[in-house]
Design a binder for this molecule. Structure first.
Ligand code: PMV
Length: 369
């Protein structure tokens, strides 16, 4: 019996070891990044979350990947050439190679193929916006397209996306939410069936119109690499004095957020989204060693956003990723007023006045396959 996705895909891998002859082709996907409203922070092996999370998939911040593949009879082992922006990519190429090694358990045909991967991001360069979710989303979708092309499996869209979500999680936890457009949920919760720690599920049937066109203006407070990686941040949640309280808070907040996304309560949304963002950073500050990813202008932006909300009564709020940049969230109907506030009050807080006007997107798009 297949109780878990892990069991199911390991079972299926038996028939994916021997391709039915020589094969070659090209597959490709464009996959957006996503922003969590209920945060995943803390994990256990292998890339399983300590609490469920909810996110929406962006529209503008995307990674494009194409994979050219051909069979290499008699070959064993991953054969990979990896290019970013047309140039051989060092450290990320290594991360992808390790990832493919891990994915072999579920896609054993990968070590009989020669792979040439070309990738690039549509994000403005060096904005400090995380690209691992979109990258591993696009890669996992491409690997599923390869499986489908070679073996004729994964014909139903549901089965295809479920496996892509499972596989992308192994590369970057939050990536598993990016394979779906709109809102998605990752992690086991009794508030929604089905839900699992192994892959994300789409949430779109339950989203109120106030949130289905949510805008996200990403204020680039500081670009460049973070001082402490997410990998390290997750690790510091092990033995963290407030970890248990955080994980149970996230369970409760997730239920509340599912209710809010369904009933359209914009005030409750603002309170909860901001609580989640600040709690994420509180966990960082109170880690050992503690660290701060927010910058003075992050706090100034938060202050101005809160004053703007109380002065105007408009439904604007913020969330934060594991970094200094601020995601300003608001429904599309108030975009004109919010955009002029952004120009007059927030752009001065951004590095070189940089920002990205993004929002809820429709999810990945197949380029080839
Ligand atoms: O997927 P990772 O390991 O990069 O972790 C992402 C964690 C946050 O972005 C801070 C929160 C989330 O749920 O996406």
């Amino acid at each position: 019996m297949n109780n878990t996705l892990e069991d199911k895909y390991l079972h299926d891998s038996g028939s994916l070891a021997k391709p039915p002859g020589d094969f070659s082709g090209q597959v490709g996907w464009e996959c957006p990044s996503n922003v969590a409203l209920i945060k995943y922070w803390g994990k256990r092996p292998v890339q399983l979350p300590m609490n469920p999370s909810v996110s929406f998939t962006l529209r503008e911040a995307k990674t494009k990947i194409t994979v050219d593949f051909r069979s290499m009879p008699g070959h064993n082992g991953i054969s990979l050439k990896f290019y970013f922006d047309g140039r051989p990519a060092g450290s990320f190429g290594e991360r992808v190679r390790n990832y493919l090694q891990q994915a072999l358990r579920y896609l054993p045909f990968l070590d009989r193929a020669d792979l040439v991967i070309n990738t690039n991001n549509t994000f403005p360069h060096s904005t400090g916006i995380a690209s691992s979710a979109s990258s591993f989303g696009a890669l996992a979708l491409s690997l599923c397209s390869m499986e489908k092309m070679i073996f004729g499996t994964l014909q139903s869209p549901g089965a295809f996306l479920e496996k892509a979500s499972f596989l992308s999680r192994l590369g970057s936890g939050s990536a598993c939410r990016s394979v779906y457009g709109g809102f998605s949920l990752w992690g086991r919760t009794d508030a929604r069936e089905p839900s699992t720690d192994e892959a994300a599920v789409p949430l779109n049937t339950a989203i109120h119109p106030s949130f289905s066109d949510l805008c996200d203006t990403i204020l680039i407070i500081r670009s460049g690499a973070k001082e402490v990686s997410s990998h390290e941040g997750h690790r510091l949640m092990e033995g963290h004095p407030y970890a248990a309280a955080r994980f149970s808070q996230a369970q409760a907040n997730l239920k509340e957020m599912l209710g809010i996304l369904g009933n359209g309560d914009e005030n409750a949304f603002a309170v909860l989204a901001e609580e989640e963002a600040l709690t994420l950073h509180a966990m960082m500050i109170t880690s050992r060693p503690g660290y701060l990813l927010m910058k003075p202008n992050t706090l100034r932006a938060i202050d101005r956003i809160r004053h703007f909300r109380s002065d105007t009564g408009l439904p604007v709020c913020f969330t934060l990723d594991a970094g200094p940049n601020v995601h300003l969230l608001y429904p599309a109907r108030v975009a004109p007023q919010v955009r002029s506030f952004v120009e007059s009050n927030l752009s001065v807080l951004c590095e070189d006045a940089r920002m990205i006007h993004d929002g809820v997107g429709n999810g990945p798009v197949m380029l080839n396959g």
